[in-house]
Design a protein around this ligand. Structure first.
Ligand code: DON
Length: 561
């Protein structure tokens, strides 16, 4: 049964335990309690229960991610990767980069045919599209900051996989729509394909995944990167054109990187550095629109949107040219986010007309649109905060399920620039900085972000959405800070997206039409998109009230400890 509570819960009385009873809670206001916001109510609950049993924000974020790997198979994962941004209550800031890496046998032109044409079907689907998964290593790296034993944090996920849970409408629709791809890429049976169509309330049981999680519970990191699970993953590679080896798995390492931080209107924004472009783009966009005093204009008015679109245009042109794995390229972050550079970049902005994309970067080619990832925002009662965005890249990743182990593998290799100028599945183009090399991390757009006010968490925010991630996070932040909108409206009001190429600006379908037509008159080309992002926001006001909002665009849900 599905019960949707759209009301604001002013107390932390949300209790639901049965996996057939899916309670979606969209907004909560509490004090002195921990909260978890994620894409699925059962995953948020798993995190909140951990908080209740004495865990901190980092315990909760681990438990929530394991649970998402079960209840949100389209994007939650152990076969993908992600980024965590954390701020502890003693002020310590840290990130964990558990982005996938290219296999050792990967090479710059691996997706090009003899004539040099890119075959993006291979970078986007099937075994050759898979990067070395980083998620499980990421969970273990996070446990340096958590309190409870890993065996305990993984148990809710095991129970959910073993006993099953009722799927939502959205999950049923996605599983049905993906059936032909699952069948194309998997010759053996798996939990995600059945003869009749899935419908809301059907129970999804994942016995093989439960067993894989048990191996992690018993053997730790080695339960995934070595032994039975690793061998099953390699056997899966051998069925077709996969190139990941046992050594690749054994050698996978997370990277703990210094946070990317900058000041914005008296707040400190703490976000993810390279190999995610997210933090840099966010800094560039906020600073450039700040030069026009964005707060003077009205939310989603013509001038406000124009300023923001032009900031997005310039930032995404830089993404294509300069950004990649900092362990492989010259990292220009400090220059790219400096006022010296950005003020100069902003010089050709004009209210009278759209800036042609060719005026802000080297034009190359045509894009298209996005699919799935997922974000979690957590704060505990002691003020520790965590923001995680994690992904398989596309919806259900490569669509390949590791036979015998029950989990989807990512198709993250497509986030590399497979050939200069050839767009990836999000239409992002790139060049040498993001070219494929063995062991290199592919450039990301994920933007898990924590905004601090007087050194304490004020906002914890992030979203899925491929290249629309940084622009959605940007808009959610200015909605709250510049336009002073409440967290619900900051998240749920219609958004827009521009990424330099293509020249078009995408507007969510309920976006104010008069703003769109005013922009069209001065040279902007508009496109209507269904939805942009699934933003999970926690905002802590000056009195210590915690407002948590789960995006209304999906089954996203808040849980309180
Ligand atoms: O890392 C990235 O930027 C992409 N792989 C994220 C993919 C994504 O957000 C898909 N979701 N809607």
């Amino acid at each position: 049964m599905k019960k949707i509570l759209f009301t604001i819960l002013l107390a932390s009385s949300f209790i639901s335990a049965q996996y057939t009873d899916i309670n979606i809670v969209k907004e909560v206001k509490v004090k002195n309690k921990g909260v978890v916001v994620s894409a699925h109510p059962l995953a948020s609950e798993a995190g909140a229960k951990v908080l209740k049993s004495g865990g901190n924000a980092y315990d909760a974020i681990i438990a929530t991610q394991y649970a998402l790997a079960v209840v949100y198979p389209q994007a939650g994962n152990i076969g993908g990767g992600g980024f965590l941004v954390g701020v502890k209550n003693n002020g310590e800031k840290f990130t964990i980069d558990y982005r996938e890496t290219a296999p050792k046998k990967a090479s710059r032109d691996m997706y090009l045919d003899k004539k040099g044409n890119a075959n993006t079907d291979l970078s986007q689907n099937g075994r050759l599209s898979v990067g070395i998964p980083g998620s499980v290593a990421g969970f273990f790296a996070t446990s340096k900051y958590s309190k409870l034993p890993m065996e305990k944090l993984i148990q809710p996920a095991i129970d959910l996989a073993e006993k099953g849970f009722a799927i939502t409408d959205q999950e049923a629709n996605l599983l049905n729509a993906s059936k032909e791809y699952f069948q194309k890429h998997n010759k053996t049976s798996n939990a995600f394909v059945k003869n009749e169509a899935w419908k809301s309330g059907d129970i999804l049981i994942q016995k093989e995944l439960a067993e894989t999680l048990r191996l992690i519970q018993k053997f730790g990191l080695k339960g995934f990167y070595q032994g039975k699970t690793a061998e099953l993953l390699i056997a899966e590679m051998r069925k077709d054109n996969g190139i990941i080896t046992l050594d690749d798995l054994k050698n996978y390492k997370v990277a703990e990187r210094k946070v990317l931080e900058f000041e914005y209107k008296g707040n400190t924004v703490v976000s993810m550095p390279l190999p995610s472009s997210g933090g840099i783009l966010l800094a560039q966009m906020l600073k450039m629109s700040g030069y026009e005093n964005l707060e003077k204009y009205q939310h989603n008015s013509t001038k406000a949107v124009q300023i923001m679109v032009e900031a997005e245009r310039r930032a995404f042109a830089d993404r294509a040219e300069y950004m990649g794995d900092p362990d492989f390229i010259h990292d220009k972050t400090l220059y790219l986010i400096s006022d010296e550079y950005l003020k100069n970049r902003w010089k050709n902005f004009s209210f009278t007309q759209a800036t042609p994309s060719s005026d802000v970067g080297k034009i190359i080619k045509q894009p298209k649109e996005s699919t799935e990832t997922t974000h979690i925002s957590v704060i505990d009662k002691d003020g520790n905060a965590a923001a995680v965005t994690t992904t398989l890249n596309g919806l259900y990743g490569s669509k390949v399920v590791v036979s015998g182990a029950g989990f989807f593998l990512n198709n993250e290799m497509d986030d590399f620039s497979v050939k200069p100028g050839v767009p990836n599945m999000f239409g992002a183009v790139g060049g040498e900085a993001n070219s494929i090399q063995p062991n290199k991390r592919m450039l990301s757009s994920m933007t898990p972000t924590i905004v601090l006010k007087n050194g304490k968490p004020f906002m914890i925010v992030g979203t899925p959405g491929g290249t629309t991630i940084p622009t959605s996070v940007y808009q959610s932040i200015v909605n709250a800070i510049d336009f002073k909108l409440n967290p619900n409206i900051s998240v749920n009001s219609p958004k827009f997206h521009h990424q330099w190429l293509p020249e078009t600006v995408a507007f969510e379908k309920n976006f104010p039409e008069n703003t769109i037509s005013n922009l069209e008159k001065i040279g902007y080309k508009a496109e209507r998109w269904g939805q942009l992002g699934r933003t999970e926001m926690i905002l802590i006001d000056d009195s210590g009230n915690i407002h948590a909002v789960a995006d209304g665009r999906g089954d996203d849900s808040v849980a309180v400890e």
